[in-house]
Design a protein around this ligand. Sequence first.
Ligand code: M6R
Length: 611
Amino acid sequence: MCGIVGYIGHSEAAPILLDSLSRLEYRGYDSAGIAVYAQETGLAVFKAKGRLKVLSDLVDGGKAVHGTVGVGHTRWATHGAPSDVNSHPHVSADGRFAVVHNGIIENYVEIREFLAEHGVQFVSQTDTEVVAHLLEYYYEDDMLQAVTKVLHRVNGAYAFGIVSTDHPDQLIAVRKDSPLVLGYGKDFNLLASDVTAVIKYTREVSYLEDGEIAVLSPDGVTVYDSLLRTVQKPRHTVDWEVSAAEKGGYEHFMAKEIMEQPKAFRDTVFPRITDGRVVLDNITLDRDDVRDMDKIYIIACGSSYHVGVVAKYLLEKLLRKPVEVALASEFRYSDPIVTPRTLALVISQSGETIDTLAAMREAKRLGARILAIVNVVGSTIAREADDVIYTWAGPEIAVATTKAYSTQLAVIDLIALYLADLLGTIDKAEYDAIVAELLLVPEKMEQILAARETIQYYASIYFNHASVFFIGRNVDYAAGLEGSLKLKEISYIHSEAYAAGELKHGTISLIEDGTLVIALASQAGVLFEKTMSNVVEVKSRGADVLGITSAALERGMCKTVDSVLTVPDTHPFLQPSLNVLPLQLFAYYVSLQRGCDIDKPRNLAKSVTVE
Ligand code: M6R
């Protein structure tokens, strides 16, 4: 939520700030703004409601603004409606400080009252404005001292970028619970919410930790801890190309990322299988730890949570240990039963989702061992977990996740096999069969993607439905949850996913003539038969049923449903990795047909860093 950037160097800052912001727009796109300082013109601030393009047009792509130090912001509105005035940067009353902020100042009401008593008149409804005025209040010539005093005063989550007219040779970066990356260039330095915003300019980065303050100048960066002692930051070299974060000829990032899934799955799985065995070299969990574990808690949000729902079925089946899946936003406030014998499996694409991060910290505080599955290298969750397994999906830009979801599932498959092997709860034949099938998943994904026109055809038939229900049992139900979220978040069609057997306990009353039901039934045997009975129930009430099944079950399904999408057969545990592809494509093509803003759906942001 919200993206911040900052530049200090010898080039014109505005075009660089705008370009960097364009790579962060996925974090929020309600409004954008920049503040740039030049001695001749002072602090120039431009802000505009709407997409970054509105701001960019206003300042002629940055050419209309001069100065070599500045900050920029793209907003996902929390406090105060999207408007020009609520856009960042926010400036102190004396015009000396401009601040951009990602996060929430929780005690802003109290600070606002305090400042109002001291004569401050507020111009916006935001929480952030208090920071600009507090800087003015505490400032006595020394930026670092003023910033430190402000940090003692504010509660909440934040990453700030600050410029001051008194110290144009300094750009300040601070963080707590919101991501912040420093980019090191030759004669310039950068700050940003995410690596994607800086890699066009430099590949040398470091990640600011909670409570650290960085002072950037054109020639260097000094980082201080909260006691103002200097800290040596390790530098990392980003090893992926700028093109990985560009559309590469596709109309939307989402389409590109859907098509990248076979590669992402290969990159995530293949290097971790050696001689038919899963090797997770860099995790420290050993056999004794795993034997001692009496419970696994899976903690995540959104699509990552849906991966957790699949994981519960797999892990309980293979490990015979109880697995609980918790929505991260609920976990902290539910007095969870966590002990040092709990393994907390934390799943997050961004590694910055504040609900997940806070839940992880709580699980850790209660003694759990943390194993995180994360896509963004160096993100906070990755750094704070006891062990991390990265999903090598590459940068995911579309707000609706696709390749991150698939690679998270892939890592779950690896972990399930790895732990079952350590525990001795899987026999060799089954282990070998799953590994063999795992290696075939990317090829099978390619087959589904090659036949995407069929899915586009069904999307063209069904795109106008007002409401859609997804049903399935077991892992098919779990994949349905994800299919439903994909459809609703990008097409704005109301949709719900139900365990097929649960529908008759109330929701079936919503089924009427022409209601679209997408029925997933890809598990042979009793699960297939039971799901098909539920399909018959909705058909009898007039539903139009689009079935999704595996090749071996296609004939059985064709008899009952109106249309069928068939995916290749695989091991039942791996079926969600294939089933989700037609669901993603269906959501994509329906949204395309409805003219929706696919990569930037309304009200959403990619990285949710507010509770
Ligand atoms: O970065 P995370 O995996 O922690 O994000 C969790 C959710 O915010 C995310 O999966 C969200 O539900 C996506 N928009 C779904 O497409």
